[in-house]
Design a protein around this ligand. Structure first.
Ligand code: SLL
Length: 154
């Protein structure tokens, strides 16, 4: 499909993780190794809750190789992976756009955060909840006509 000159469209996106320490109110899920200290979820989402699948085909999360099947391919929303663990590591997040739209995939790197430090540390130590979420914008320069339709679909 042809490209539309002199147009660029940007889409807001958030990605990151939330984690919760194992406790009486957040017990270790059945089957999880006994040395795991946290439940966590890594995700890619629209900050306003809109459906990303209008232009995103799949999101691949590459976990640490200590995990079974570390490459998790999520082909429909919600684009997220829930797991348990004990350690922090870098998660590679690859976003694939819809087929035939002329866009290459893009990669984000997210440091999985489990342990409280920084501005919300005290609150976080009380609740056992930690989050690390980033806002970004994906810019599509001179999108194809097809991609333009997907990006502007309501
Ligand atoms: C490191 N930061 O670089 C550490 C790695 C690995 C985390 C942390 C559990 C995996 C499992 C888990 O939390 N791995 O037991 O399945 O060496």
């Amino acid at each position: 499909s042809r490209r539309i000159k002199n147009i660029s469209i940007s889409k807001p996106i958030i990605y990151g993780n939330v984690a919760q320490k194992i406790s009486d109110t957040n017990p270790l899920p059945e089957g999880a190794p006994a040395d795991h200290t946290h439940t966590w979820k890594v995700f890619v989402a629209d900050p306003l809750g809109n459906d990303l699948s209008s232009y995103i085909r799949k999101v691949v999360f590459k976990l640490h190789e200590t995990y079974n099947n570390p490459t998790r391919s999520i082909e429909e929303p919600p684009f997220e992976v829930s797991e348990t663990g004990w350690g922090e590591f870098e998660i590679v997040i690859k976003i694939y756009f819809n087929n035939d739209c002329g866009e290459k995939n893009i990669t984000f790197y997210h440091h999985l955060k489990l342990h409280p430090y920084g501005p919300n540390m005290e609150e976080s130590q009380k609740t056992g909840r930690v989050e690390s979420i980033l806002f970004d914008e994906i810019v599509f320069n001179e999108p194809t006509e097809r991609m333009f339709r997907l990006l502007t679909a309501k």
